[in-house]
Write a protein that binds this ligand. Structure first.
Ligand code: RP5
Length: 169
């Protein structure tokens, strides 16, 4: 389930959107991290091809609803991040979802090759991309949120400690 009950009443600062229910397994990694950091967020299925009107509405109202970043995941002909970015100045972080036919290379190329003037920050294919998009959104929000900045520092330190303390069999 997206978000946590504790955050249910907070206005979402980050939107996680995806082209299909089938993208959730990947995008859930972004949700998990935002939950872990206590960032109020929402998750929605918004398809560029199957629900273009919903996509237009989502992008057009994103800033006035208080969203500070939109994490958009899509696979195959992955037009969602770019078409959302075309209709809002809220930063869009694109996550290429691994497709069955082409292993996500199609998704990656669809998202990364934006024309100059309409940026989408593009992340790695799959889970790593979803996790990093969430961490990037957290990092963006942390410039105006001291508590979040401290939690991000602690997260990095814990990650480094884990590597240092790791032992090979
Ligand atoms: C894209 O098509 C979605 O983002 C998804 O990754 C892909 C396949 O969608 P389904 O056919 O599984 O619904 O729009």
């Amino acid at each position: 389930m997206c978000g946590s009950p504790a955050m249910a009443d907070d206005a979402p600062r980050v939107g996680i959107i995806m082209g299909s229910r089938s993208d959730w397994e990947t995008m859930a990694h972004a949700d998990t991290l935002l939950k872990e950091f206590g960032v109020a967020h929402e998750c929605r299925i918004v398809s560029a091809h199957r629900t273009p009107a919903r996509m237009n509405e989502y992008a057009a109202t994103a800033r006035e609803r208080g969203l500070r970043a939109i994490i958009a995941g899509a696979g195959g002909a992955a037009h969602l991040p770019g078409m959302v970015a075309a209709q809002t100045t809220v930063p869009v972080l694109g996550v290429p979802v691994q497709s069955r036919a082409l292993k996500g290379l199609d998704s990656l190329l669809s998202i990364v090759q934006m024309p100059g003037g309409v940026p989408v920050a593009t992340f790695a294919i799959g889970e790593a991309g979803a996790r990093n998009a969430a961490l990037f959104a957290i990092s963006m929000l942390s410039s105006e949120d001291k508590g979040l900045a401290e939690r991000l520092e602690a997260y990095r330190e814990a990650q480094a400690r884990k590597v240092i303390e790791d032992e090979l069999p």
